[in-house]
Design a protein around this ligand. Structure first.
Ligand SMILES: NC(=O)c1ccc[n+]([C@@H]2O[C@H](COP(=O)([O-])OP(=O)(O)OC[C@H]3O[C@@H](n4cnc5c(N)ncnc54)[C@H](O)[C@@H]3O)[C@@H](O)[C@H]2O)c1
Length: 262
């Protein structure tokens, strides 16, 4: 190559700069959502921490210089009343209930579907018009290995996450060519309160002590024998907001220590 040869721009993306952008993170008061809020704020975004837990949302928002929005995502009409605008939407809020199908309370099944599937749809409806108008937007749905794999006793959670995978793909198709992408991030077990609470529930369901649940149940199908850290999930979310990602859409990113490779 001579000095006159045109050089390609470097393939390494530049540092993430979200200054001037607003990021809405649901369930941003705890666990993965809190880590996403911190990571996106560190990149310069104005972060809105949406959560039903007012105290935790206020403290998480204060930590990142953002704002708290106290909303119960189980209430569809409450969502529809929101005047929302965002450049980045992280659909993250979630909950778990562990029971065999024949003993699974139907109202709990409906609640989980409302919070983890219907709310992401309703929030997307609210923010997409602004994203389309500005020609840029990122929808990142925190799905799970359970968006692609089933586990016994998790009927509602697995159904909601499989549904979220489908919703994300439909949004990706509709948003194509408008600067807006939609993708899912699919962690294995992450070190958060949601998982810590499951240890006790799984122990009861499987009839083993809590100490054995981590190795023998939660990580039984995971070659990398450790929990994923919330900051690792947040880093992948940040990547999807960065340079060179406009063709990455309608797809799903595993962060599962090799679980889905087995
Ligand atoms: N922790 C894991 O191992 C793991 C693995 C894969 C996927 N996920 C997904 O990541 C997301 C976050 O999980 P986490 O482990 O950080 O959970 P978490 O329990 O630490 O935090 C969940 C947050 O969502 C909020 N929330 C729950 N219901 C809500 C509602 N009705 N309205 C508003 N806010 C509500 C809670 O208040 C809480 O702040 C979930 O969607 C979960 O399915 C978690």
């Amino acid at each position: 190559m001579t000095d006159a040869t045109p050089r390609r721009p470097p393939l390494v993306p530049s540092g993430l700069d979200l200054s001037g952008r607003t990021a809405l993170v649901t369930g941003g008061a705890s666990g993965i959502g809190r880590a996403c809020a911190a990571r996106l704020a560190a990149a310069g975004a104005h972060v809105v921490v949406l959560d039903r837990d007012a105290d935790a949302a206020t403290s998480a928002a204060a930590e990142v210089g953002g704002e708290a929005l106290v909303v119960d995502l189980a209430d569809p009409s409450g969502i529809d009343r929101l005047a929302l605008d965002a450049d980045v939407l992280v659909n993250n809020a979630g909950l778990q209930h562990v029971a065999p199908v024949e003993g699974f309370p139907p109202e709990t099944f409906a609640l989980i579907l409302r919070v983890m599937l219907e709310a992401p749809f309703r929030l997307a409806r609210l923010v997409l018009p602004g994203m389309y108008a500005r020609g840029w937007g990122r929808l990142i749905h925190i799905s799970s290995v359970h968006g692609h794999r089933a586990s016994a006793f998790k009927a509602a959670y697995v159904a909601a996450k499989h549904g979220l995978e489908g919703l994300s793909k439909v949004i990706a198709l509709e948003a194509a060519g408008r600067g807006v992408t939609s993708n899912t991030v699919c962690p294995g077990y992450v070190r958060t309160p949601l998982v810590e609470n499951q240890l006790a529930a799984q122990a009861a369901a499987h009839g083993i002590d809590e100490g054995a649940v981590l190795d023998e149940v939660l990580l039984a199908r995971t070659p990398v024998k450790r929990l994923v850290e919330p900051a690792e999930v947040a880093e992948l979310v940040a990547f999807l907001c960065g340079a060179g990602t406009s063709s990455i859409t309608g797809t799903s990113f595993s962060l599962d220590g090799g679980w889905t490779a087995t």
